[in-house]
Design a protein around this ligand. Structure first.
Ligand code: GDP
Ligand code: MG
Ligand code: ZN
Length: 218
């Protein structure tokens, strides 16, 4: 039993080294890296598609999924460099996988790297990928109670995006409850409401990206 625990610890420690290496490399290069986390279907890839279509910065994407290259194919249609990681059953990305994927990106030309984590509200929040910020994505149809039920992600997020706000009236969604709970968990996280397919909330999202990029390069 004690042996099992120590093996797990050393695996964690090895992965932390990769997160450290990624953070150091991007500090030098002035590249902003974001770790996008939310349930399957929350709207992460749709947000990225809409973002990449009008983003005034050079971006690349790393897609994490258990299987298939479907999200990478969607991103590729925007003309953005993208690498797909398949975790073969793993329910979150780890830094060593991201490190390997980064070797295939044209890093000298980039301003921002978006990493779409495996769809999951739980463990992706626990694994440092070397990112500057975690982006929590939660959609209206999931219901307003998710922040308190899955607090770790919201606790650590630099921004919380409520997606699919074009559905608000159909889902009897209590926005005050949702944002009140987010604020209790994390008073510093920026709060955004978006419906990315129709462009709602995208200007505020771009302002945050620009602010973070300027801060990173200061
Ligand atoms: N109406 C509406 N549909 C959305 C929105 N965002 C995503 N969707 C839809 O939700 C589904 C799942 O989105 P996707 O981006 O693949 O979710 P992911 O699994 O988090 O990457 C797709 O059918 C999208 O078209 C939104 O803001 N409004
Ligand atoms: Mg996706
Ligand atoms: Zn996991």
């Amino acid at each position: 039993m004690s042996r099992k625990v120590s093996v797990r610890k050393s695996v964690f420690a090895a992965d932390e080294q990769y997160a450290f290496k990624i953070r150091e490399m991007f500090k030098d290069k002035g590249i902003l890296m974001l770790n996008i986390i939310g349930s399957p279907g929350a709207g992460k890839t749709t947000l990225l598609e809409a973002t990449l279509k009008s983003l005034p910065f050079k971006a690349a994407v790393i897609e994490g999924d258990v299987a298939t290259s479907r999200d990478a194919e969607r991103i590729s249609k925007t003309g953005t460099p993208v690498i797909q990681i398949n975790t073969q059953g793993g329910c979150h990305l780890e830094a060593h996988l991201v490190w390997k994927a980064l070797q295939d990106l044209p890093m000298e030309e980039l301003d921002i790297i978006f990493v779409e984590n495996v769809g999951n509200l739980v463990c992706p929040a626990e694994f440092d990928l070397g990112e500057d910020y975690k982006v929590a994505v939660c959609s209206v149809p999931e219901g307003p109670d998710k922040p308190l039920k899955y607090p770790h992600l919201f606790f650590r997020a630099g921004v919380v995006l409520l997606t699919k706000v074009d559905f608000l009236e159909h889902f009897n969604f209590d926005k005050e409850l949702f944002w009140g709970d987010v604020k209790k968990l994390n008073p510093h996280a920026a709060q955004l409401e978006v419906a990315s397919p129709v462009g709602k909330g995208m200007d505020a999202w771009f302002e945050i990206l620009e602010k973070w990029l300027v801060e990173k390069r200061r």
